[in-house]
Design a protein around this ligand. Sequence first.
Ligand code: IVH
Length: 693
Amino acid sequence: MTQKIQQHPKLTDLEARAELQSLADEITRHDVAYYQKDAPMISDAEYDDLRDRYRKLLAEFPHLRPLNDPESRVGVEPAASFTKVRHAIPMLSLSNAFTDEDAHDFVERIRRFLRLSEDTSLEFMAEPKIDGLSCSLRYEGGELTVGATRGDGTTGENITANVRTIQDVPKRLKPPFPSMIEVRGEIYMNREDFFALNARRESEGEAVFANPRNAAAGSVRQLDPRVSAARPLRFFAYALGESEKGDACSFETQAGLRGALERWGFMLNEPSRLCRGVDELLAYYHHIESERFKLPFDIDGVVYKLNHCDLQDRLGFISRSPRWAIAHKFAAEQAETKLLDIVVQVGRTGALTPVAILEPVTVGGVVVKHATLHNEDEIARKDVRIGDVVRIQRAGDVIPQVLGVDLDQRPPNITPFVFPDHCPVCGSLAVREDGMAVRRCTGGLICPAQAVERLRHFTSRLAFNIEGLGDERVRELWDDKLIRSPADIFRLKKHRAELIIRKGWGEKSADKLLDAIDARTTISLDRFIYALGIRQVGEATAKALAEHYETFDNFYNEMRLVRSNSSEWNGLTSIEGIGELVAQDIADFFEEPHNREVVDDLLNLLTIQPYQRRIDRQGEAILAGKRIVFTGTLSTMSREEAKAKAESMGAKVSDSVSSKTDFVVVGEDAGSKADKARALGIRILNEAEWNGL
Ligand code: IVH
C-alpha cells in the first residue's frame, strides 16, 4: 500500500499558506522533471503522496490556493523546441483510486451526481492503464495530419513527423471514417523492447532510461524524427478529442467507440472487460493485478470508464479530470529485508553502479536478492549502511530499488558506506564529471569489465578496421588470454601455432587474420585517436584533434601535461567542437597511468601517420585560382554540380579551351575540346581523377 503523508491536525492560515506554497513549488518542479525532461526525481508513489497532501490541505484552506496551483493544470508547458498545437478540447488527466474503497466511492459519486438509486446498475469499460505518454492524432479526410503531445493540457507539442514513424499509428484510416476526427491514446514501449534499447545504449556508452515510460517520452520528444524511427514505439487508442459528428462518429457507449477505433485501424489496450457494477470492476482489477507480469508491457493500474456516453456528457469534468473515469492504481510492491553487502559493479562503459545484496525476500511473488542503489549520491542521501534493514520496492516491475532505511532497526556501530574512488575491477582512478551522478572508471583500455567492448571498438571499421576480429573472436581471444590489451593484437603472430589448431580456425583463416592485422600496423592519426575509445571522442572529434595536433607526438606530449587552465588545456579547448566536458574526458584518459602504458606499448609496434589534410583540401590547393573546362558527359555528377564543386574549390570554370586553361576534365564522348587541350599540352583529367580531387 502507498504510504500517505500524515496531515498535521491544526494549522494556522499562515502555516497552511506556507505549506501549500511549498507543496505547489515542489509539485511544479517534479512536473517539469517528469514532463519536460523525462527524468523524474521521485517515485510515482511519492509524487502521488505530495499531490494527496496538497489536495487535502487545499480542501481545508480553499481561500489559500497558490498562484501556481498544480490542480488547475495538467503537466507543464511544452518545451520550446517543437511548434505548438492547441487542443480544441483540452487533454485531461485521470484522478486516482488506490484502494477498493476508493473504487466504491467513485461509483457512489457517479450515482449521487446522476441521482440514480442504489439498485440502478451501471456499466463500465475497464482497461489496462499503460504508463506511457498521451498523444492526440488528427485525421482529415482519413489522412493523418497532426500528432501532438498533451503538453499542459491546452497546448501540446507538434510531433507529427515522429508519430508518423510509429507502426501502430495508421497514416490513413480505414473507411468509413468521419471527415475530421482526433483520436487520443498512449505512446508506449514494450518491456522487452525497452530492455533491448537500454542494452544497446549501454553498449554505446549512452545513458540508459529508468523505465519504459521515460524511454517512450524521450524517444518521441526527439527533434530528429530519424531518432524516433529507430526506437520501438507503439500506440494504442482509447478516446476521441474533437470530431465532425456524423454517422461514422456517433457512439452510444465506450465499447462502441472502441469498436470504431479498431475498425479505423488502431490497436486497443487489451485485455479490457465490460463490467456491471463495482464488484465486477474489482474482480477485473485483482485479476489483472495478479496477471500483469504476463502482459508484454508494464502497466501501473487499470482505468474504469462509465460505458454510456450520454451519462459521461452529463457528468462532465472536475478541474483536470473527468467525473466518469478513474485510474485504479496498483500499489507498489514493497518489503523489508537486511542489507548484507553493497557491491560496486562496473558496466561496459565504465560506470560504477552500487548494487544492494539482500537477504532474499519475496516481493509480489518474486524472490528478490539484489536491488539497485542507483549511484553514490543516493546511498549518501538515504544513508544506507551495510547491516541496515532496508525497505525495497519493485518499481514499475523493472529493477527492484532500495527506498530507504528503517533507522529504528539500525544495529549500533555500523559505519557509513564509503564509495570507492578507484575501479573495483582494475584499480584505475574512478572519476565523476561535473554535475553528473555517475562515477566512471578511467582505465578504459585495461579494465577487464570494459576490455572486450573497448577492444571491439579498437578493431571496428572506423578505428583499425581489422576484418576477422569481430565480437566473437575478440571475446574468444580475450577469454583465452591471447589478447588482453590492444597491443596484444599486434603480437598475435607470435601465437600463430596456437591459432591454427583452434576449433573453427585452421591455417587459412589464422593467416588471413594475421595479414589483416599486419596491414594495419601503419595507421592514420585520426583513426588512432578514435580507436583509443576516449569517452566522448567520436570520429569527428578524433579528426578535429588530429587536424589540430598533426602528429601523435604533439598530441601525446601536450595531453600528458594538460591540466585545467594550463596552456595545453587552453589549446585543447580552443579546438572547435571540444568543450570543457570533452576536454576533461581526454585529460582524464591520459592522466590514468594504465592508459599511458597501453599507448606506449602501441607506439612501439605501430607507425602513426601524421594527419593528412582532407583530399578536397588538397584539391583546393591544386585548383585554387585555376581555369578549368569540362567536356563530354560525366557519369557521377551533372555538369552543374561539377561546375559548382570546382568553383567552391576556388577554380574558374570556362566553356572554351585556350592557352590560359589549366585543366580539362574529360567525360564520355568528349569532342574537339579534348583534342584542342591535347594539342596545347594542357593537363587532362579523366572523371576518376577529377573525383579524386
Ligand atoms: S483515458 C479524459 N485510458 O493515463 C481522460 N487514459 O493518469 C482520458 N492512460 O492522461 C484518458 N491508459 O495518458 C485513458 N486506458 C487508458 C489509459 C489512459 C493510460 C494515461 C493517459 C492519461 C493518464 C492519466
